[in-house]
Ligand binder design. Structure first.
Ligand SMILES: [Mg+2]
Length: 394
């Protein structure tokens, strides 16, 4: 096992859903009137695809060893990420032992520092890192969760992100998170409209079901503070990603000014231990939401979560299906997981990375038994029905 050596790294692109879950057909809740940083421009208000949210597509990273072992992972980043992986990152893997994950991460990160640090470069590094963990699991015939410390509970509980928390409750989820539809450009009317929808949902789900707002970086401190305080009477559990990710100072101010008991959450578009260090040292939030496909991969998420643990912050990764589940079940400060409702009307559970993965587990009654994850690596296969396009080689 210790001698398994990486022979080849390949990066391919896939369109239509998958890891680029924003790449959906018309009429999907995920593209319908969601407040964004572009909403101040009326022409880009109705649809996120109108400003290009789905422009990247999915990148698939495949790694093979001399001995015929194979690991893969998917994330967002499409063709630009494929270029970075093939032409720059592959050199740090090929010829290396499959166990050299820490060394390969450090070389990928440092070699790209002059143009990287976050964004697409970190998506690319994350995809490679996840494929490395999958590969190591195939070589060892062990699930990833067993290789990073083992599960600390028997099952994972989920909240649902989608347009219908009322239906999520009926499906057994512990909470429902809705995207806000208005922002500072709509002023007081915007706050009023959000409260009306929140109140209707509260009536539908009763007192104890969690309700949260996801603001996708679209508010400002003043508007977010007003919204959070007004939403307190409807028991809003948290306000998520209220501000642009670079506004650490705004987050610190918001966290000071939300009602006691309401959480401020963020980090979906943050990357690396250094980005999250800022969020924690400036006390920007109560709960961080790294995306394991964007923040630097599992290798980096383990460091981020240790830092969060020491700061008394919860870690509940953004979406990312099996790549998150294998982490969540191993950490006490990651007590539940997010499930993105990918059905267009958010009215049924479908696999999050539809149609890319075979064997992708989904919550049943809002729960997933850890035994469902007891397969080598991340426990999924690339679907035979998708077409991989490899735009670059090396
Ligand atoms: Mg979010």
């Amino acid at each position: 096992m210790g001698t398994a050596v990486i022979r080849q790294v390949r990066a391919s692109v896939v369109r239509g859903g998958g890891a680029d879950y924003h790449d959906q057909s018309e009429g999907h809740w995920i593209d319908d009137n969601i407040s964004t940083p572009m909403s101040k421009y009326p022409a880009y208000r109705k649809s996120r695809q109108s400003f290009g949210i789905n422009v990247l597509g999915t990148v698939v990273v495949e790694i093979e060893t001399d001995g015929g072992h194979y690991g893969f992972a998917v994330t967002t980043g499409g063709e630009p990420a494929a270029f970075i992986i093939e032409r720059h990152l592959a050199r740090f893997l090929e010829g290396r032992k499959v166990t050299d994950i820490e060394l390969m991460w450090d070389q990928m990160y440092n070699a790209t520092l002059y143009y990287g640090r976050r964004g697409i470069v970190l998506n690319a590094i994350s995809g490679v890192d996840l494929a490395l963990w999958d590969l190591l699991g195939q070589v060892r015939q062990e699930p990833v969760h067993a290789m990073i410390g083992g599960a600390v509970r028997d099952e994972i509980r989920f909240y649902a992100t989608g347009a219908r928390p009322d239906l999520a409750k009926q499906m057994g989820f512990i909470g429902g998170k809705m995207a806000v539809r208005h922002g500072p450009a709509q002023g007081a009317e915007g706050v009023h409209a959000e409260l009306q929808r929140l109140g209707e949902m509260r009536n539908a789900v009763g007192d104890d079901f969690w309700l949260m707002f996801d603001c996708w970086m679209s508010l400002d401190v003043n508007y977010a503070t007003k919204l959070a305080n007004a939403a307190h009477e409807f028991g809003l559990k948290w306000i998520e990603e209220a501000l642009p990710p670079d506004d650490y100072w705004g987050y610190a101010e918001l966290k000071r000014d939300v009602p006691r008991g309401m959480m401020v959450t963020t980090g979906e578009h943050e990357a690396t231990r250094w980005g999250f260090r800022l969020l924690m040292e400036m006390d920007c939030c109560d709960l961080i939401q790294p995306d394991v496909g964007w923040c630097g991969g599992l290798t980096e998420l383990l460091k981020i979560s240790s830092l969060a643990d020491a700061h008394g912050k919860l870690v509940v990764p953004h979406g990312s299906s099996v790549y998150s589940y294998h982490f969540v079940c191993t950490r006490q400060n990651s007590p539940f997981a997010e499930f993105l409702m990918m059905a267009p009307a958010a009215d049924k559970v479908v696999p999050m990375f539809t149609p890319m993965l075979e064997g992708e587990p989904v919550p049943v009654d809002g729960r997933l038994k850890i035994s469902a994850l007891d397969k080598p690596g991340f426990g999924v296969k690339l679907s035979q029905d998708i077409t991989l396009e490899r735009p670059y080689t090396h």
